[in-house]
Design a protein around this ligand. Structure first.
Ligand SMILES: NC(=O)c1ccc[n+]([C@@H]2O[C@H](COP(=O)([O-])OP(=O)(O)OC[C@H]3O[C@@H](n4cnc5c(N)ncnc54)[C@H](O)[C@@H]3O)[C@@H](O)[C@H]2O)c1
Length: 250
């Protein structure tokens, strides 16, 4: 239904789980995709699988928290595939995250930085490197993957929530700046997604918090990214859209 032929899409943190599924779905619908990840082996495996299935994909290793590395990634992507039309800021979980689930006043300031760097600075870096070109060409799509935790608040995850709420607020403001130029900016606020092969007891316990009776999966999210990246979603911008199994309504 949605045709992304001729478009180039950059998906950050696409070496596994949600990012990999988004890359696969956008490629299946015609986009040439840049599979970014901090770990080249992960990005390479996803890009190879897409190529083997008949899609167009390249892997580029870069750390989105590093402004210079992001600039180099975008230059390489543009040299190999052409200008980036679609940016999906998916990277949001640092390697070896400390989910130290402590009340905020007991956390150490050193533990905050990784969450802010990837979830806020990573988004700023990637938008800064790509949105100018989208504005010049008169077409672009930015989809920022945030969390319902940042929309509704989740105890013991205060800094993660702050960073995701910051990314959503940034999306709303950027959307207003670039809307006259054919560029849309939206955020998807997700509920919990299941790790394949996760501890069944934990998954079951988490599922009880979701009215639909289960936690989510990458396949529940990627079609929404496809829609937001399409021509058909040109009147949707500045929104934070929850996809959460009914966890929080409004
Ligand atoms: N999984 C969930 O339950 C859930 C819920 C709400 C929101 N989200 C959001 O969805 C997104 C994807 O989550 P996921 O569970 O698929 O994550 P994940 O940890 O499974 O995968 C993230 C990928 O990003 C890569 N990465 C980490 N740091 C990076 C960096 N600095 N630069 C580039 N790549 C980097 C990792 O190597 C990894 O391959 C995140 O933004 C996350 O906050 C996830």
């Amino acid at each position: 239904m949605f045709d992304l032929s001729g478009r180039v899409a950059l998906i950050t943190g696409a070496g596994q789980n949600l990012g990999a599924e988004i890359a696969r779905v956008l490629a299946n619908n015609g986009a040439a995709v840049v599979v970014n990840d901090l770990f080249p082996d992960r990005a390479g495996a996803v890009a190879s699988a897409i190529s083997a299935a008949g899609g167009m994909a390249i892997a580029i290793e870069a750390d989105v928290t590093d402004l210079e590395a992001v600039g180099q990634m975008v230059s390489e992507a543009e040299a190999r595939l052409g200008p980036v039309d679609i940016l999906v800021n998916n990277a949001g979980v640092p390697p070896n995250p400390s989910w130290d689930l402590l009340p905020f006043h007991q956390t150490s300031p050193e533990s905050w930085r990784a969450w802010i760097d990837i979830n806020l600075y990573g988004v700023l870096h990637c938008c800064h490197a790509t949105v100018g070109g989208m504005v010049e060409r008169g077409w672009g799509r930015v989809v920022n993957i945030v969390s319902d935790a940042g929309r509704t608040g989740e105890g013991l995850l205060a800094v993660y929530c702050a960073a995701k709420a910051g990314a959503a607020g940034f999306s709303r403001a950027l959307a207003k700046e670039v809307a006259p130029h054919g560029v849309t900016v939206n955020a998807l606020a997700l509920g919990t997604l299941g790790p394949p092969g996760g501890d069944p007891e934990l998954v079951q316990r988490m599922a009880r918090r979701y009215p639909v009776g289960r936690i989510g999966a990458p396949a529940d999210i990627a079609p929404a990214v496809l829609w937001l990246a399409s021509d058909e979603a040109s009147w949707v911008t500045g929104q934070t859209i929850p996809i959460n199994g009914g966890y929080a309504t409004s």
